[in-house]
Write a protein that binds this ligand. Structure first.
Ligand SMILES: NC(=O)C1=CN([C@@H]2O[C@H](COP(=O)(O)OP(=O)(O)OC[C@H]3O[C@@H](n4cnc5c(N)ncnc54)[C@H](OP(=O)(O)O)[C@@H]3O)[C@@H](O)[C@H]2O)C=CC1
Ligand SMILES: O=C(CO)COP(=O)(O)O
Length: 320
């Protein structure tokens, strides 16, 4: 096995730490200054402080050092991946890439695996997604994730390669379902954070999680996904984690909205762009996604929390 992780954010670093306990791993970051910092400290103090590196973890800022690795885990934020891939198209043309990001691209409405397929049609593409906080993975706490790959044989190879004693991977061939579950749970987490921040109660949160899940299913099924995928780790599992924990940045953005506080714009919050991308795609496809639309309106300050709650509540009554 030879694995490299592209992107030394919190998640890429956590995966690299976890996998390097099993075999050598290379972690690539885009700045030599950051690479040096990690080499000196044996830790990524900028993105995942307090998680020491195992000896088998090598650091580089040169893509030439990683392009011959068998498997590349892509852990840069969703809205950055197209540009990254385009800039490195020649190197990555036939790579085996496992996307580790969650979201929907603003301009195209595509998820991470679909963007990779779009830019690199000859690459092998998989997706690693599901309920896991970087800090938990780095600490070696027990975690279960979904490995999605349309090619069953390749998916099985990645499942074996990337599972560890603490990281248990389940596999599916339903890439679209896994992409949509992982992307939309962040949008629903923003809504849940807003409800808790505004002190609207846990009952309201449960209602949002359930009706949010219905929206996830609606979009996923319209795009040809399998319902079981949404019920799995990449859908229901990640929804449950992200909507109930202040460890989640998406949930925390929602909390700030609910409390009327500012939120640090430098924090990676995938659900914001994903809400806008999904609301646009849903409108074009004629899909009813009121929670997603409401989150977009809250983010763009077109609604207050009180107006948002009122609007959702006063929608026409219907069958569940
Ligand atoms: N954090 C978590 O618990 C989890 C995160 N994820 C997903 O992982 C993905 C990454 O999130 P996370 O690691 O937390 O984000 P962070 O904010 O911690 O880090 C983002 C990283 O991406 C790098 N980056 C940004 N743009 C580029 C680019 N154009 N080229 C190369 N590198 C770039 C940044 O580099 P620089 O430092 O130089 O700015 C930074 O290291 C997201 O899609 C997220 O949803 C999934 C599960 C858990
Ligand atoms: O995806 C995650 C948990 O599965 C991390 O959530 P946040 O990006 O909201 O922190």
């Amino acid at each position: 096995m030879s694995v490299a992780v592209l992107g030394a954010g919190a998640f890429g670093t956590a995966l690299a730490i976890s996998l390097a306990k099993k075999a050598p791993v290379t972690l690539w970051c885009r700045s030599e200054d950051h690479a040096n910092d990690m080499r000196i400290n044996h830790e990524n103090t900028r993105r995942l402080a307090g998680a020491p590196f195992p000896d088998a973890l090598a650091i580089t800022s040169a893509l030439d050092d990683v392009q011959d690795h068998e498997t590349l885990l892509l852990a840069v934020p969703m809205q950055q991946i197209r540009r990254f891939l385009e800039e490195n198209q020649t190197r990555l043309r036939q790579a085996r890439i496992v996307a580790c990001c969650k979201g929907i691209e603003l301009d195209t409405g595509l998820g991470p695996a679909s963007v990779i397929q779009d830019v690199l049609p000859h690459a092998s593409v998989s997706l690693l997604t599901g309920p896991s906080f970087a800090a938990d993975i780095a600490r070696g706490l027990p975690t279960a994730l979904t490995l999605a790959c349309a090619d069953r044989e390749q998916g099985t190879a990645h499942q074996t390669e990337l599972s560890t004693d603490n990281l248990r991977l389940y596999r599916t061939t339903d890439l679209i379902g896994a992409e949509i579950g992982g992307a939309l749970k962040n949008v629903i987490a923003i809504a849940c954070g807003a409800v808790i921040g505004a002190k609207l109660g846990n009952s309201a949160r449960a209602a949002l999680m359930t009706r949010g899940y219905a929206e996830m299913q609606r979009l996923a099924l319209a795009r040809g996904a399998q319902p079981e995928t949404l019920a799995g780790l990449s859908g229901f599992g990640d929804l449950a984690l992200t909507c109930t924990s202040e460890q989640s940045r998406n949930f925390r953005l929602g909390l700030s909205l609910g409390r009327g506080e500012e939120f640090d714009p430098s924090v990676t919050v995938e659900g914001a762009a994903t809400a806008r991308a999904t609301a646009k795609a849903a409108a074009i496809a004629g899909l009813d996604m009121p929670i997603t639309q409401t989150v977009t309106n809250l983010l763009d300050r077109r609604l207050t929390i009180a107006e948002a709650a009122d609007q959702l509540h006063k929608r026409p009554l219907k069958e569940e």
